[in-house]
Design a protein around this ligand. Structure first.
Ligand code: PEP
Ligand code: MN
Length: 363
């Protein structure tokens, strides 16, 4: 059962203007007053309203640049006053929250490492009680949707209704192109459980490299997400943290212009008719798939009984390997990706083996 979240729509947050995507941009870290003012000025010049900068940086290794601390908030406050920007930063403790409130921070977010720690989330939620500023929650470093939802529940229970999420990908041990694994299926799952929750993507931390930010941003818009948080620095190559993934404001402007925003729905009648027809075709196919899966399972059950009677082991891996190989080859003919075929058929096989196991264990 889904918990209920009381969420204020983005239009009530008073910081993002149409058209989508809602953009939060700014450097990974505040480094100097000049860097903050210069980056903020350039971003403001093409309509960015919400500025970000990390003040306290959670770093993997000690001795790396750990942020300038509260003095950076003063620089951001100046950017807010002189340029009319809303300002935002990451908080990881009650102390951070109080410092932010002192300097007029308009929005805070919880970083991936903080979301993974319920003690800290609770501490931050308590500190934000009775304060009406928006809070965005990044996904936890590991692909654990419940931990992500748990953080939202804690903040919501403290009365925070201007609540949203930022998908920045998951830490992975496998070698992939990106710094963090997009794991889009988890974002989609969260989106379908809480469709009212404002949803941002952070393509910078997902990508780890400038060159991938465009494709990730477009992908997130294709999924219908509302916003982007992008790292942008007036001189990225000299950045003290995350140099490889920051864009110049000018490159960010070009990137935003290149994006296609998808509508969430349309009132157009012929669109509605066509989509309804296609959806009902999908419903019929899904029903058929279920039917076929059930028939297949019945046969598996019969095979299980038969193997039991003849005292034969359930798993004959070489047979399964050759079936899978055959399916992948045939799937290719239909233009179905190998990974998809492998996932589907392995899941079917696993369920079959389970049924036969249960039969063998019965008596
Ligand atoms: C950041 O936004 O600068 C940051 C540290 O991100 P994350 O929590 O996603 O690692
Ligand atoms: Mn960063």
């Amino acid at each position: 059962m889904n918990s209920r979240l009381e969420i204020a729509p983005l239009s009530e947050w008073g910081m993002f203007t149409e058209p989508r995507p809602c953009v939060i941009a700014g450097p990974c870290s505040a480094e100097s007053e000049i860097q903050i003012m210069e980056t903020a000025r350039q971003l403001r010049s093409f309509g960015i309203n919400v500025f970000r900068a990390g003040i306290w940086k959670p770093r993997t290794h000690p001795g790396s640049f750990e942020g300038v601390g509260a003095k950076g908030l003063k620089w951001m406050q100046r950017a807010k006053k002189e340029l009319g920007l809303k300002i935002s930063t990451e908080v990881a403790s009650e102390k951070h929250v109080f410092e932010c409130l002192k300097y007029g921070v308009d929005l805070v977010w919880l970083g991936a490492r903080t979301t993974a720690n319920p003690f800290l989330v609770q501490e931050i939620a308590d500190a934000l009680k009775d304060v009406d500023i928006p809070v965005l929650v990044k996904n936890p470093v590991n692909a654990d949707i419940d931990l992500w939802i748990g953080a939202l529940e804690r903040l919501n229970a403290a009365g925070i209704r201007k609540l949203g999420v930022i998908h920045r990908g998951f830490s992975t041990f496998s070698k992939i192109r990106y710094r963090n694994d997009p794991g889009w299926q988890i974002a989609v799952e969260l989106r379908s459980r809480y469709p009212e929750l404002p949803f941002f993507c952070d393509p910078s931390h997902m990508a780890g490299k400038r060159e991938y930010i465009q494709e990730i941003s477009q992908r997130s818009l294709d999924l219908g997400l509302e916003g982007l948080m992008v790292e942008s620095h007036c001189d990225p190559t000299c950045a003290l943290s995350d140099a490889a993934q920051q864009l110049t404001p000018d490159d960010l402007k070009k990137l935003l212009e290149s994006l296609t925003v998808r509508e969430n729905d349309s009132e157009d009648l012929s669109y509605k008719e066509n989509i309804d027809q296609l959806r009902s075709q999908i419903d019929v196919i899904d029903e058929n798939l279920l039917n076929m899966l059930a028939s297949r399972m019945n046969i598996s059950r019969k095979i299980g009984e038969y193997k039991k009677k003849n005292n034969i082991a359930i798993l004959q891996t070489s047979r399964w390997d050759s079936i899978l190989e055959d399916m992948i080859r045939k799937g290719e003919g239909y233009g179905l990706p190998e990974k998809f075929i492998t996932t589907v058929f392995n899941a079917i096989h696993e369920a079959s083996v389970q049924v036969q196991n249960d039969i063998l264990a019965r008596d």
